[in-house]
Design a binder for this molecule. Structure first.
Ligand code: FMN
Length: 269
């Protein structure tokens, strides 16, 4: 029989860091040192990058007025304004388009009979991958320096406002907003639970789950998915509560409108 031995509970300082990380929203007000910032940025820029093209730009958000505004535009999250350091990761094809133009690429392509093109859906997804991989590398680098972080997904809302705030050209697209700061106190309580591995890791092909299996999804949180409960939203179980709090919430509707707008601008008609 072909037995696979899966290593369990291997530990080293890097794994410890990954396993113990948790999102930090309550910051000590001391600013990060320049060495802290340089180290986090340098680590981000060492992340794997498609074709070594670095299809992203990182904006350091230092202006308190911008932080205050982000705390509003990103679904009213006041802790953003108190983050000592904020990085906006953009998927960025603009720099390459400017470079292509400066290098006379289109003119040369015409001479060679090669059809020129502009960034399309595939380029956007690739640039988003690049930006997000750099962002998560920044998270882990910061964590290793004792600096906590929190992603803000709402940065993809309010496309028009964020474009104006950060002067974003056409072929850029917000991929991640990250707040950084040393935790104001040692976090108490358990870390946020994850779903059981069998729901997340499939072998060889995608697997769907029966209703009975799905009922077990929330067991690591100490309850069944469809167990009756009483929620302020009127939901009757934990999954309905998620549906109302996340999926049908106004921020999700705005996110879709805003992302559609940004994709239209990137891809063109
Ligand atoms: C794409 C993404 C968007 C997120 N957006 C927010 C956010 O807008 N506000 C917030 O407080 N946390 C946000 N988070 C943090 C998650 O809530 C957090 O990672 C999750 O609850 C698990 O907790 P942990 O990071 O402490 O393990 C976001 C995380 C990710 C990956």
């Amino acid at each position: 029989m072909n037995m696979t031995i899966e290593p369990k509970n291997l530990m080293n300082p890097t794994l410890e860091l990954i396993m113990n990380r948790r999102s930090t929203r309550n910051y000590d007000s001391t600013p990060l040192t320049q060495a802290d910032k340089d180290t986090v940025l340098q680590a981000a820029m060492r992340a794997p990058t498609a074709g070594a093209m670095m299809l992203y730009t990182i904006i350091e958000v230092e202006d308190q007025a911008l932080k205050d505004k982000l705390a509003e535009t990103c679904d009213h999250q006041p802790f953003i304004a108190r983050a000592p350091y904020i990085l906006l990761f953009l998927a960025d094809y603009q720099r390459w388009m400017d470079l292509y133009e400066a290098a006379g690429c289109e003119a040369r392509a015409a001479e060679l009979g090669i059809t020129p093109r502009t960034p399309a859906e595939g380029d956007l997804v690739l640039a988003l991958m690049d930006a997000l991989i750099a962002a998560q590398t920044a998270v882990l680098a910061a964590e290793s320096l004792g600096i906590g972080s929190c992603y803000i997904g709402d940065i993809v809302e309010k496309a028009e406002e964020h474009r104006a705030m950060f002067n974003l050209p056409r072929y850029t697209f917000p991929a991640a907003l990250l707040c950084f700061g040393r935790p104001a106190s040692i976090p108490k309580g358990p870390k946020v639970t994850r779903f059981a591995r069998k729901f997340i890791v499939h072998r060889d092909r995608y697997q769907s789950f029966t209703k009975d299996e799905l009922n077990q999804l929330h067991l690591p949180h100490g309850r069944h998915s469809f167990a009756p409960g009483d929620f302020a939203s009127g939901a009757q179980n934990v999954v309905q509560a998620n549906y109302f709090r996340k999926f049908t919430a106004s921020f999700s509707v705005e996110m879709t409108r805003s992302v559609r707008e940004m994709m239209k601008r990137w891809v063109g008609d």
